[in-house]
Design a protein around this ligand. Structure first.
Ligand code: GGG
Length: 354
């Protein structure tokens, strides 16, 4: 047997169903690693809502320095009904994305055979797109403040930040990705109404597009994009948009391909100076948390994306193939896909196929 590649993985299971899907992803990493010559050392961090209740913050001072040496980060979900969502998000997920310059949030949406789309005329194999979301600036830059805080005359200022550098690098990432796929990139803005940041986006998109003459391009306003994700999802290949638009549209792409329980994501620093982070698109789902019924496939597919990022391409492919095989077989599936299987049963079924 050849040399084992060794990787250190920081794990933040987080809140709600995060603590149920993360162990499933971990098992898949261990199992796939053993088959494809890789070994994983996991460091678990108990950050999130419980940590907040005990310490008044989502993660400790110095948390980012603990994550920094990791080869990758596996995240479950953040969010708790008793903590405002802006506290959980800005206390954990967004600072990690920014600190590690994870500027490309890659969110594939595939309609797998055996999965029913809510769109009547679409069947397995018909939809295969990737939403590339700008992940470090834009509408989530968290620049602003309150005047007359909590008083009746209160004013809130929330500033979106768009930089040419920030737009250019994520758009370039989208084009490079499209070159490995069907060579089609759709840019999404709202530049008719937002005449500064989004106009800079459009101009930057055109400039980068001119460097990729073999890639077909399309620019859509976000309202038209939302409509066309439902009307003609089969026409999209790579879709690139701002932090907010990518966040929203990737929920639409998730549901037209069957379930948000199948939607993985990678928060990538493509320069590899920092660890990238892999997480299901879904949140903590407090309504079903703790019952062992959440679909682990989004987290498992995210683990597959991690393997791919770490250079274990065949391992990554085998994870996706295993998920696809379980979906095509149709006997083991969670409630979001019309089944009654438990999280552990789905995980076992995927492991058996790898
Ligand atoms: N899986 C991570 C999670 O909890 N996502 C929920 C969420 O609200 N995410 C916001 C974002 O991706 O910006």
């Amino acid at each position: 047997m050849g040399l084992m590649a060794k990787f250190s993985i920081a794990v933040i299971a987080g809140d709600g169903v995060g603590v149920e899907v993360t162990p499933a992803a971990r098992r898949v990493l261990e199992h796939t690693g053993a088959k494809f010559g890789a070994e994983f050392a996991f460091a678990e961090y108990d950050w999130g809502a419980e940590y907040y209740f005990n310490h008044g913050r989502m993660m400790p001072v110095g948390a980012l320095d603990l994550l920094r040496p990791a080869d990758a980060i596996l995240l479950g979900a953040v969010g708790h009904p008793d903590i405002p969502d802006h506290v959980t998000l800005n206390g954990l997920l967004l600072p990690i994305r920014r600190a590690f310059d994870q500027f490309a949030n890659v969110r594939p949406a595939v309609l797998y055979p055996g999965v029913e789309s809510p769109l009547a005329r679409y069947k397995g194999g018909d939809i295969d797109m990737v939403v590339v979301r700008e992940n470090t600036e834009g509408e989530y830059a968290q620049i602003g403040g309150f005047l007359y805080h909590t008083q009746p005359e209160e004013v809130a200022i929330q500033t979106a930040v768009f930089t040419r550098r920030g737009i250019e690098r994520v758009v370039r990432f989208a084009f490079d990705l499209a070159m490995t796929r069907r060579k089609r990139v759709t840019s999404v803005t709202k530049s008719n109404a937002q005449g500064f940041g989004m106009v800079l986006w459009d101009r930057t998109f055109q400039a980068v597009a001119s460097e990729y003459p073999r890639v077909e391009t399309e620019s859509l306003l976000v309202d038209a994009a939302a409509m066309n994700f439902v009307r003609r999802p089969h026409t999209f290949d790579v879709v690139v948009g701002s932090n907010l638009f990518g966040d929203i549209l990737s929920d639409v792409s998730a549901i037209v391909t069957g379930s948000i329980g199948l939607a993985p994501s990678a928060n990538l620093d493509p320069t590899r100076r920092h660890p990238s982070m892999f997480e299901p698109v879904h949140g903590s789902a407090p309504d079903i948390a703790g019952r062992g019924v959440v679909n682990p496939m989004a987290a498992i597919l995210s683990a597959g994306m991690m393997l791919d990022h770490l250079g274990l391409k065949e391992g990554g492919k085998s994870v996706e193939r295993a998920v696809a095989a379980v979906l095509a077989d149709g006997t083991v599936r969670t409630a979001d896909l019309g089944g009654a299987s438990r999280t552990s049963e789905v995980t076992d079924a995927v492991l058996a196929r790898i």
